[in-house]
Design a binder for this molecule. Structure first.
Ligand code: TYD
Length: 199
């Protein structure tokens, strides 16, 4: 984080249908933090989100990673860093770990290239803590809505790779990532998330 910033930066990650949105809504209502999401947390980002998830032409995996990065670079510069610098705690629904998991592991892109793209997009801004809400793919599938976006509609093996990509990131960086079992009851998941965030 940049020198002089006082807000904390928290991120929630996981496969589609893991229950992130419920936790983000709860935490923001309880704590009054600033909630953001990727892709799509800014006006420009909402346009990028539409292009990636609902456009008529599927981007190549590299183009997809670069579009996610463009969304991230813009949101980090215009929303997240200014908020942190003014002392606001920010909770982001997805961040750089999603690009590693989806475009790296899911689409089997070049992980070094994705890491370089993430470094450019974030300018080195790392979350103080990332919560991985981990659920098996079949559980997540059962929770998803009936109108999947382009990535949600990909096959089970894609989502298995994404899940493995998340677990690998969490295992590599235990100082910054906490894995929470998302199959527990809502009360238990919420308590585990709160503990991980020091609440
Ligand atoms: P999300 O907002 O969690 O979906 P929903 O609104 O349906 O809950 O995420 C949108 C999709 O974008 C999700 O399938 C994951 C994908 N994604 C990536 O593939 N790479 C990224 O870097 C990010 C941030 C998201």
């Amino acid at each position: 984080m940049t020198q002089g910033s006082t807000g904390r930066f928290f991120v929630i990650e996981g496969i589609d249908g893991c229950g992130k949105s419920t936790q983000v809504e709860r935490l923001v209502a309880q704590q009054g933090w600033l909630a953001t999401r990727e892709p799509g947390g800014t006006e420009l980002g909402a346009t990028i989100r539409g292009l990636i998830l609902h456009g008529s032409e599927a981007p190549t995996p590299l183009a997809e990673a670069l579009l996610m990065a463009a969304d991230r670079a813009h949101q980090v510069a215009t929303v997240i860093r200014p908020a942190l610098e003014s002392g606001t705690t920010v909770l982001c629904d997805r961040y750089a770990g999603s690009t590693v998991a989806y475009q790296g592991w899911g689409h089997q892109g070049d992980l070094d290239q994705i890491s370089a793209i993430n470094a450019i997009a974030t300018g080195g801004l790392l979350p103080n803590r990332t919560i991985l809400l981990d659920v098996p793919v079949d559980v997540a599938l059962g929770r998803r809505g009936s109108d999947p976006d382009r990535l949600e509609a990909l096959d089970t093996s894609f989502h298995e790779r994404v899940r493995a990509g998340y677990l690998a990131q969490a295992a590599e960086d235990r100082d910054r990532w906490t894995v929470v079992d998302g199959t527990d009851s809502l009360a238990e998941v919420s308590a585990a998330v709160d503990r991980a965030l020091g609440l």
